[in-house]
Design a protein around this ligand. Structure first.
Ligand SMILES: C[S@@+](CC[C@H](N)C(=O)[O-])C[C@H]1O[C@@H](n2cnc3c(N)ncnc32)[C@H](O)[C@@H]1O
Length: 484
C-alpha cells in the first residue's frame, strides 16, 4: 500500500462517533506531496473529532499520537532493532494487531526497505510483498508500507549503510545508527512548546535538537529555529525529519555550553526563546554501540559527541581510584562508590575494562541486586554525566542563556534528574529575585543578578497520560523564566 492510499484509508475509517481513530505518520518519511496530503488528513481528523463532540481534541490527538508512538516503539521498533537479532517472530505482528484492535486504533507504519529486507530473510519469507500481505492480514488496523530511508542520507552515507546492512553478521545493529531509524519520544512536548510561545517572525534556539521533536512544533508554529546538538546522529536525523522547513531551520554542530558564542558567530545576537531538553535521547541509550546502557553489550563509550576526547573506558581504565569513587558519589549518589572504585581498579589490572557488560558485572559483584533497579544504574548515570561533563555544560548554558534573550524572551529547561534540576532551580530563583537578604544585613539589598521573572512557580511535570505512554518521562521537570 502506498502512502497516499494509506492516508485515504485512515481518513476514511476515522469518523466513527464514540471512538477515535488516529493515523500516525512519521513526517520524515513523506515526500512533499504526501506531506501535504497528510496535513490535510490530519486537519480532517481533528475536525471530525470535534464534530463527534470529543473535547480538547487537539490535545487528545497529540496524546494518542504519543501513546501510539510508544506502542510503535514497544511493538515494532524494539523487536526490529533488538529482539530480531535473537529471533523476530510473526507472533509480534499478531500481538500488534491485537493491541490495535483493543485501542480501536489505526496505525500507519513506514518500514525501512533495508530493515524489511532483513526481516524477509530472517523470517524465511518468499518476498517482501508476501511478508507484508501476511502482516496486513494479521493487523487489519495497521497500514504497512515501505520507504527507502536512504533517500534521507547523503549518497556516500547511503551506500555505506546499504553495504553494512546487507552484511551477514550484524544487519539490524547497523540500522540502529541510521538517522531514519532514530526514534525519540519527545517529553513535555506541548508544555515546552506552549512555554516558548512560537510564532511567525520569532527566532528561537533549541539547544538540544535531538530528533527534532520540540523543534518540529516550533517550526510548525512559524518560528525560525537554530538547533544545536553535539551528536552527529541526532543532527542527521533531525535534518532529515525537518527537511520540509528549508532555511527556517539552522542546525549547528557543537556543545550548547558555547551557544551564545556559536550564535553570535553566525550573526545572531538576541533571540525570542531558548529551550534545553537536557540529557540523552532514547536512541543514544538504546543503541548498544554507543555504550550508554548496561543492558546491552557494547563498547564502554558514552560520548554524546563521538569526537570528544575522553570515553567512559578512558576514565574507568586510567583515572585514579579516588577520582572514580568521587564521580560515582557526586554524580550517582552511589553509597558504595569507594568499594566499587576499588574493585574496578583490581579488575582493570587483570585486563582493561572495555565493555558495558563487563563493567556492569564488576559493579554487581560488589553490590548485590536489591529490588527492581540494576545495581549498575547509579554508576552508569554518574559515568555518563562525567564523560559528557553534563553539569558543567548546563551551568555554562544557564550563565549565558539570558544574555542571548531579548526582553520578554523565554528560557525553558527540561531536566531528568535531581542534580540538574537543582542547578536550574537555584539559578532561576537567583535571577528572579529583585532583592537579596542575609541575616547579617540590616535590610535587603538589590540583587545585581535580577533579570527575569518565573513563568511558573512550580516545575511542570508530565501528565498522567504521558507517564503511562512514556515511562522515561517520569523524572522530567520543566522550568521556565522570562527575561524582564
Ligand atoms: C533529550 S534529547 C533532546 C530531544 C529533543 N528535544 C526531541 O524532542 O527530539 C537531548 C539531546 O541533547 C544533546 N545534548 C546533550 N547535551 C548537550 C550539550 N552539552 N551540547 C549539545 N547537545 C547536547 C544530546 O546529544 C541529545 O541529542
Amino acid at each position: 500500500m502506498n502512502t497516499a492510499d494509506a492516508i485515504t484509508y485512515a481518513a476514511a475509517t476515522a469518523p466513527q462517533g464514540t471512538c477515535y481513530r488516529v493515523l500516525m505518520w512519521e513526517a520524515s518519511a513523506l515526500s512533499q506531496e504526501n506531506r501535504e496530503a497528510w496535513s490535510e488528513a490530519r486537519r480532517e481528523l481533528l475536525s471530525r473529532m470535534r464534530d463527534a463532540g470529543i473535547k480538547g481534541s487537539r490535545g487528545l490527538l497529540g496524546q494518542l499520537e504519543i501513546e501510539l508512538k510508544a506502542l510503535t516503539v514497544k511493538m515494532i521498533e524494539e523487536p526490529l532493532t533488538k529482539a530480531s537479532r535473537a529471533g523476530f517472530s510473526f507472533a509480534r505482528v499478531e500481538a500488534l494487531g491485537e493491541a490495535l484492535r483493543a485501542h480501536d486504533a489505526v496505525l500507519a507504519y513506514r518500514l525501512g526497505t533495508a530493515a524489511a529486507e532483513v526481516l524477509v530473510q530472517l523470517n524465511g519469507e518468499e518476498s517482501l510483498d508476501d511478508m507484508l500481505t501476511r502482516w496486513q492480514a494479521a493487523t487489519p488496523g495497521m497500514l504497512w508500507c515501505t520507504q527507502p530511508h536512504i533517500q534521507a542520507l547523503t549518497a556516500a552515507e547511503g551506500a555505506a549503510w546499504q553495504n553494512e546492512s546487507r552484511s551477514d553478521d550484524n544487519e539490524i545493529g547497523t540500522l540502529e545508527y541510521t538517522p531514519a531509524e532514530f526514534h525519540h519520544v519527545t517529553v513535555l512536548l506541548n508544555e515546552a512548546v506552549e512555554a516558548l510561545q512560537p510564532a511567525e517572525g520569532k527566532v528561537l534556539v533549541d539547544a538540544t535538537l535531538g530528533g527534532g521533536g520540540h523543534t518540529e512544533q516550533l517550526l510548525r508554529a512559524g518560528a525560525e529555529v537554530w538547533g544545536i546538538d553535539q551528536d552527529p546522529t541526532a543532527r542527521a536525523a533531525a535534518q532529515a525529519r525537518l527537511a520540509e522547513f528549508g532555511d527556517k531551520l539552522h542546525v549547528i554542530a557543537g556543545n550548547f555550553r558555547n551557544a551564545a558564542e556559536m550564535l553570535r558567530k553566525r550573526g545572531v545576537e538576541q533571540v525570542d526563546g531558548l529551550l534545553a531538553d537536557i540529557g540523552i535521547s532514547s536512541p543514544q541509550v538504546d543503541c548498544a554501540e554507543r555504550g550508554f546502557s548496561f543492558l546491552h553489550e557494547g563498547p564502554l563509550d558514552m560520548r554524546m559527541n563521538p569526537a570528544a576526547p575522553r570515553s567512559a573506558a578512558d576514565i574507568i581504565n586510567t583515572a585514579a581510584e579516588s577520582e572514580i569513587a568521587d564521580i560515582l558519589w557526586q554524580y550517582g549518589e552511589e553509597r558504595a562508590s569507594r568499594a566499587i572504585a576499588r574493585r574496578i581498579v583490581q579488575e582493570r589490572s587483570k585486563a582493561p575494562i572495555t565493555t558495558t557488560t563487563r563493567l556492569a558485572d564488576i559493579i554487581a559483584s560488589v553490590l548485590p541486586r536489591k529490588g527492581k533497579q540494576h545495581p549498575a544504574t547509579r554508576s552508569f548515570q554518574a559515568l555518563r554525566i562525567a564523560v559528557n561533563d553534563e553539569l558543567g555544560a548546563l551551568e555554562a548554558l544557564l550563565q549565558s542563556g539570558l544574555s542571548l534573550l531579548k526582553s520578554g524572551g523565554r528560557f525553558a529547561v527540561i531536566t531528568f534528574h535531581s542534580l540538574e534540576d537543582r542547578a536550574v532551580k537555584r539559578y532561576f530563583e537567583l535571577v528572579c529575585k529583585p532583592e537579596i537578604d542575609r541575616p547579617e544585613w540590616p535590610a535587603p539589598r538589590p540583587n545585581p543578578a535580577y533579570a527575569a521573572r518565573l513563568v511558573y512557580r512550580k516545575p511542570i511535570t508530565p501528565a498522567e497520560a504521558e507517564l503511562t505512554a512514556n515511562p522515561r518521562s517520569r523524572s522530567a521537570k520543566l522550568r521556565v523564566i522570562e527575561k524582564l
